[in-house]
Design a binder for this molecule. Structure first.
Ligand code: B12
Length: 307
């Protein structure tokens, strides 16, 4: 709302507690507690009975929230927000024992995603990857949050926008964490593709990042690759291995493996994802159920023993 200031200056937009709570993804009662305990309430004028938050007040609360997402206690976060309002950088935890574990980061990521706070989601993903690598970030931080968000959707039909935002941020973070390989250790590539019509490609981007960090080169063909296109890619690149992801059982049709052309050199084939769980895969296809196992297995198959 735009209000007129007492001095008749250009008015600043101000927000009631409910709107600020919605924006930050916290309960209005939490904002009142932060006000009472830490003095993080609105500093300006009151309109009638209701106090309104100015952009500065909201910016301080956002600092408080980001520090909380990084694992600070409420008192530390409030102290930081009060002191550092003018400073753009949020301090990182100093001591090793202060580095948040997977579950703390997962909670922070969940809160940031629900609040649709993209910068915090991105920052938390970067921190989780830096701290423990892509595999641990995926297994301990991202997957629990994706599952929880998808659970909300399955339960109430809500939060689709949160799922999409999180998915896009994870995709971007995994791509950013994928080193460009000028000389891969494997002379023939590993082909990564979703089964025909399967759009759940995210796990393949995580696999690609983890393999690239071991200098294993891949060709990413992404979501919903038609069987003919897969066959053409195999003929053109003679891959050392093919990884086909199926998330949904309806797309886990083993016939797709039979349509892969035989090349002069042997191509190893892997079926990954829950979509293959209920079907009998052809003998020459190996099922892989976990990311860490997949990274080890694929590396061993295409380059031999671990460097
Ligand atoms: C992100 C997402 C999407 C994104 C995908 C974007 C992308 N580029 O990937 C979008 C929005 C496109 C999407 C679309 C749909 N989705 Co969706 N989606 C998800 C979500 C949240 C995450 C998917 C994912 O990455 N899973 C991977 C990890 C997180 O989960 P997991 O497979 O259970 O992990 C296990 C193993 O696979 C293994 N593992 C994990 N990672 C790796 C990696 C490797 C290499 C290996 C080997 C193993 C491995 O470890 C885990 C423990 O065993 C899931 C919920 C969920 N938790 O899976 C729903 C979910 C899969 N989607 C679902 C549905 C229904 C759909 C749609 C049909 C919705 C619609 N009406 O349009 C469409 C289908 C589109 C299509 N044709 O494929 C349902 C499927 C229900 C079912 N079993 O049928 C789910 C389960 C949500 C739900 N609770 O209902 N979705």
């Amino acid at each position: 709302m735009l209000g007129i200031t007492l001095q008749g200056e250009v008015p600043e937009p101000s927000l009631p507690v409910a709107a600020v709570a919605r924006r930050l993804g916290v309960a209005p009662a939490t904002l009142r507690t932060w006000d009472r305990r830490y003095g993080l309430g609105p500093r300006g004028h009151t309109t009638g009975r209701h106090r309104r938050y100015s952009p500065d007040d909201v910016a301080r609360l956002e600092l408080m929230q980001r520090a909380l997402l990084r694992g600070a206690s409420p008192a530390e976060a409030a102290e930081y927000a009060l002191k550092a309002h003018a400073e753009p950088e949020i301090p990182k935890p100093k001591a090793v024992e202060e580095v948040p574990d997977g579950s703390t980061l997962a909670k922070g990521l969940g809160r940031a995603a629900l609040a649709m706070d993209t910068p915090s989601v991105q920052q938390l993903l970067i921190e989780a990857i830096e701290a423990d690598g892509v595999v641990a970030c995926w297994d301990r931080v991202v997957r629990p949050v994706l599952t929880a968000v998808a659970g909300r959707w399955a339960h109430s039909g809500a939060c689709v926008e949160v799922e999409h935002l999180l998915n896009e941020c994870v995709l971007a973070a995994m791509i950013a964490a994928t080193p460009l390989l000028t000389r891969a250790r494997n002379p023939r590539p590993v082909l990564l593709s979703c089964a025909p019509e399967e759009r759940h490609s995210l796990p393949l981007y995580v696999l690609r990042a983890a393999l690239a960090r071991r200098e294993v080169g891949t060709q990413m063909l992404g979501a919903a690759l038609p069987a003919d296109a897969l066959a053409a890619a195999v003929r053109r690149t003679a891959p050392a291995a093919i990884v086909l992801w199926a998330q949904l059982p309806r797309y886990g049709d083993p016939a797709v493996f039979q349509r892969v052309p035989r090349t002069r050199q042997k191509t190893r084939m892997f079926g990954c994802g829950p979509g293959w769980a209920a079907v009998q895969l052809p003998d020459q296809v190996q099922r892989l159920d976990a990311l860490a196992e997949a990274v080890d297995q694929i590396e061993a198959v295409v380059v031999g023993v671990r460097k």
